[in-house]
Design a protein. Structure first.
Length: 267
C-alpha cells in the first residue's frame, strides 16, 4: 500500500512504521493503543509476580501499599491519553489488580471474597474507575486553567462568573448557573466514527458532563480553584456509583462499568 511520500524538515524521507513510541506511549498506525495496553499489562503482572515472590506478608494493608506504590503506576502512566473503549482491553488491564488482590489474606475461612467484594473491603476503585476519575480531574484542571487547554470549549452563559483564559482556547459562551459548566469538543465531520470514539477530548467531555450540576458549577470570579475540595466532592459522588468490573459469575444491571452508564444505577 502506498502511503505517500513524506519528508522531514531536513528533507529526508519519513519511513512508514506500524507503531511509534513517544514519551513512553506506543501508538499504532490505526491510532490504536492496543500494543501499549498489552505492554503495560505485562509490566504490571511482572511487578505483581515480583512482589509475591519477595514478600511473604499477604495482609490487606501491606498488599494495598504494594499495589498503589509499585503496580498501579505501571499501568496508569498517561492513562488519560490511551484509556481504552474496547471491553477486551478494559478487562486486560483490570486483570492485573484482580489477580493481585486475589492473593490477599482477608482472614476468612472457606469462600474468599470475589473481586467486587475485594474492592469494597480494600476501599479501592477498579482500574477502569480510576482511569475515568483521572480523566474528570484532568478536564477540571483544563477548565480552571491549571493545565493547557488541548481544544475544549466551555459552554458558559455568564462569562463574568467563570475564570477563563481566551489565550488557552476556552470559548466562553452559554453557561447555565443552575446546571453548571458543560464542555464540548469541536470535531471535523469528516473524521471516522472509530477515531472520534477514541479521542481523548471526547472522553473528557462525556465524563465531565456526566457529573451532577453541583460539581460543575463555576467558581467565583477571581477565586482560586480548589482541587483538593473538588476531589473530595468527586469521591463522595463516586461512592454512590456502583463499581462493578466485568468478572465471571457476576452480572450487573448496567451494560458496562463506565460511570457514563453506572450513574443510572446509583446506590
Amino acid at each position: 500500500m502506498d502511503y505517500g511520500n513524506y519528508t522531514s524538515s531536513e528533507g529526508t524521507d519519513i519511513q512508514f512504521a506500524a507503531k511509534v513510541k513517544d514519551l513512553g506511549i506506543q501508538i499504532s498506525n490505526d491510532l490504536s493503543f492496543a500494543v501499549h495496553i498489552t505492554s503495560v499489562t505485562a509490566k504490571g503482572k511482572q511487578m505483581a509476580g515480583w512482589i509475591l515472590r519477595v514478600f511473604t506478608n499477604r495482609s490487606p494493608p501491606h498488599m494495598k501499599i504494594c499495589l498503589k506504590q509499585l503496580i498501579l503506576p505501571r499501568i496508569e502512566y498517561c492513562c488519560v491519553l490511551w484509556s481504552p473503549n474496547a471491553q477486551a482491553l478494559i478487562n486486560k488491564l483490570e486483570s492485573v489488580q484482580r489477580f493481585f488482590t486475589k492473593k490477599i489474606n482477608f482472614g476468612r475461612e472457606g469462600n474468599q471474597p470475589d473481586y467486587w467484594e475485594r474492592l469494597e473491603l480494600l476501599k479501592i476503585y477498579s482500574v477502569e474507575r480510576r482511569r475515568e476519575r483521572y480523566t474528570i480531574l484532568y478536564t477540571w484542571k483544563v477548565i480552571h486553567n491549571l493545565y493547557p487547554n488541548p481544544g475544549l470549549s466551555a459552554n458558559i452563559l455568564f462569562p463574568g462568573a467563570h475564570v477563563g483564559h481566551p489565550a488557552q482556547g476556552i470559548d466562553l459562551h452559554g453557561l447555565n448557573e443552575r446546571t453548571g459548566i458543560t464542555v464540548i469538543h469541536h470535531q471535523q465531520t469528516t473524521q471516522s466514527t472509530a477515531i472520534k470514539s477514541r479521542s481523548v477530548l471526547n472522553k473528557c467531555c462525556d465524563l465531565y458532563n456526566t457529573l451532577p450540576a453541583s460539581l460543575r458549577r463555576p467558581i467565583e470570579q477571581g477565586a482560586e480553584p480548589k482541587l483538593l475540595e473538588f476531589k473530595m466532592q468527586l469521591d463522595r459522588w463516586l461512592a454512590t456509583i456502583p463499581d462493578q468490573p466485568t468478572i465471571p459469575g457476576r452480572i450487573r444491571a448496567a451494560p458496562s462499568n463506565s460511570i457514563l452508564v453506572q450513574k443510572d444505577y446509583t446506590l
